[in-house]
Design a protein around this ligand. Structure first.
Ligand code: SR1
Ligand code: MG
Length: 403
C-alpha cells in the first residue's frame, strides 16, 4: 500500500527531524504550511535553538488552485526534484540545494531561502535587482545549452526527453496559455471591465494563426529541457543573489518559452506600475529599469549561449556553420517574443493571474494596466515572426504605455 498522504505540520516536523545531521540534537522544531502557489503544500521548518531551517515541498494529487475536481499527477514532484538537481550541476548557486527526495511521499526537502524575497513581490515594491539579468541569463543559457542537441550527447538527450515526459503539466500550459484565452472558455477568468478586449482576442484570426504556430512549437519542438514556468514568482532574489525554484513544469520544449516567461513577467510588472508607483517620474524610471532588464536578459543570454556553443558545441555541422548559428539565434529571439506575448495575455484573461496587476485596488488603474498588458502581449504575438531585435520589444512596451 502506498505511504502517500498529504502531510500535516506535525508530520512534517517528524520527517525533518530524521534528516541525517541537519538539525542538531536538542533541536526545537516548529512547522508552518506556507504554500501560496497554485499546486502544492510547502512546509517551513525552523529550529528555535540553532536557527537552522529548511523547506519541505509536497505535491498534492490535484491542482490546489481549483480543488480535488482537477486531479494532477504526483510524478511532477519527481520531475521537479530531478530537474533541481540537474540545474544545480549546470548552474551552480542559482537554485536551492536539494537535501533529499522522498519518492513515496512525493516530497522534496530543500534549502530555505527565507532571506530572499519572491521577485514578483520585490518588483511590486519598486526594488531593483542589479544581479538578476546576469544571473538569470547564466541560468537559462547553461541549463538550456547543456540539455540541447548542441551541448549534450544526442543519444543521451533522447533518453532524457523520455525521463522528463510531463504530459499532465504540459496539458495545463497547452490549455491555459495556448488555447483558452483565444475562445470563450469556461476556464477563463477576467475582469468584466475588459470584456470587450477579451472578446477581441476570440475574434482575431491573425492572432489565432500566430498562437497556433507557437502552440505547435510548444507541442513538438523538443529543443532543450525547460524550466517550464519561469515567471517572477518562481525566482527568489536579493540584490546580490538569484535562486530559481519550482521546475515542476519541466519538459523538453522550445528554448524561447523559458526566456519569454522571464520577459513576459517583467512586462506584466511594467503594466502594473500604472498603480504601484504613483509619481509619474519615478514610474517612468522604474519602467526604464524593467525594459533595460528585458534588453540585458536577452543580450546576455545571446552572448553566453553563443560562447558556450563556440567553446563546447558538440554537433559538428551546427558548430562549424556560422550562418546556422545566426539563423538559430534569430529563431530563438522570435520564439521568445511570441511566447512572451502569450504569457502576458494568459495572465490577464486566463485562469491564473499575477498579483502585479490583480492586487491593484483602484479599479480604473487596474483596468488601464490590464488593457496595457493585453496591448503589449498581442503586439508581441503579432510581431514575433518578423522580429529582428530585442529593441522591438522595448519599443512596443514604451509606445503602448505612452498611448
Ligand atoms: C492550474 S496551475 C496554473 C498555473 O500555475 C502555474 O504557476 C503555471 O503557470 C500554471 O499555468
Ligand atoms: Mg510554480
Amino acid at each position: 500500500m502506498s505511504a502517500y498522504h498529504p502531510l500535516t505540520e506535525q508530520e512534517a516536523i517528524e520527517i525533518a527531524s530524521t534528516l541525517d545531521g541537519f538539525f542538531p540534537s536538542g533541536a526545537n522544531l516548529s512547522s508552518r504550511e506556507i504554500g501560496d502557489g497554485n499546486l502544492n503544500l510547502v512546509f517551513h521548518i525552523t529550529d528555535s535553538v540553532s536557527g537552522k531551517s529548511l523547506i519541505m515541498k509536497q505535491a498534492l494529487p490535484y491542482a490546489k488552485v481549483v480543488g480535488e475536481s482537477w486531479p494532477l499527477t504526483l510524478d511532477r514532484a519527481r520531475i521537479e526534484s530531478e530537474k533541481l538537481l540537474l540545474e544545480g550541476e549546470l548552474a551552480p548557486g542559482l537554485v536551492p540545494v536539494v537535501y533529499k527526495y522522498d519518492p513515496e511521499l512525493y516530497l522534496t526537502i530543500m534549502e530555505d531561502l527565507s532571506d530572499h524575497v519572491i521577485m514578483r513581490q520585490g518588483l511590486i515594491g519598486g526594488t531593483r535587482y542589479p544581479k538578476f539579468a546576469d544571473d538569470i541569463s547564466t541560468f537559462i543559457a547553461r541549463t538550456l545549452f547543456f540539455t540541447s542537441d548542441l551541448g549534450m550527447n544526442q543519444q543521451e538527450k533522447k533518453l532524457q526527453v523520455k525521463a522528463f515526459i510531463n504530459p499532465e503539466l504540459c496539458k495545463i500550459t497547452e490549455d491555459l496559455i495556448f488555447d483558452d484565452p483565444y475562445t470563450d472558455s469556461p476556464n477563463n477568468s477576467f475582469d468584466p471591465a475588459i470584456r470587450d478586449a477579451a472578446e477581441a482576442l476570440w475574434q482575431n484570426e491573425q492572432l489565432h494563426l500566430e498562437v497556433a504556430i507557437l502552440r505547435d512549437k510548444f507541442l513538438t519542438n523538443a529543443q532543450a529541457l525547460l524550466h517550464g514556468d519561469l515567471h517572477t514568482g518562481s525566482v527568489f532574489v536579493t540584490p546580490e543573489s538569484t535562486k530559481v525554484i519550482d521546475p515542476e513544469f519541466a519538459y523538453y520544449g522550445p528554448i524561447g518559452f523559458d526566456i519569454g516567461a522571464v520577459i513576459a513577467n517583467l512586462l506584466l510588472n511594467f503594466a502594473g506600475q500604472e498603480h504601484w508607483i504613483t509619481d509619474a517620474g519615478q514610474r517612468a524610471d522604474f519602467r526604464q529599469y524593467l525594459t533595460d532588464t528585458v534588453r540585458d536578459v536577452w543580450n546576455l543570454f545571446d552572448r553566453k549561449f553563443r560562447a558556450l556553443w563556440q567553446e563546447q558545441g558538440l554537433d559538428r555541422l551546427a558548430s562549424s556553420t556560422p550562418a546556422f548559428k545566426d539563423y538559430y539565434m534569430q529563431r530563438l529571439l522570435q520564439d521568445t517574443i511570441g511566447f512572451a506575448g502569450c504569457k502576458i495575455v494568459r495572465r490577464i484573461v486566463g485562469l491564473s493571474h499575477v498579483v502585479d496587476i490583480d492586487r491593484i485596488p483602484d479599479s480604473a488603474a487596474k483596468e488601464k494596466a490590464q488593457r496595457l498588458a493585453l496591448a503589449i502581449g498581442t503586439s508581441l504575438i503579432l510581431s514575433n515572426r518578423k522580429a529582428q531585435s530585442i529593441e522591438e520589444v522595448i519599443d512596443i512596451a514604451l509606445s503602448q504605455a505612452n498611448n
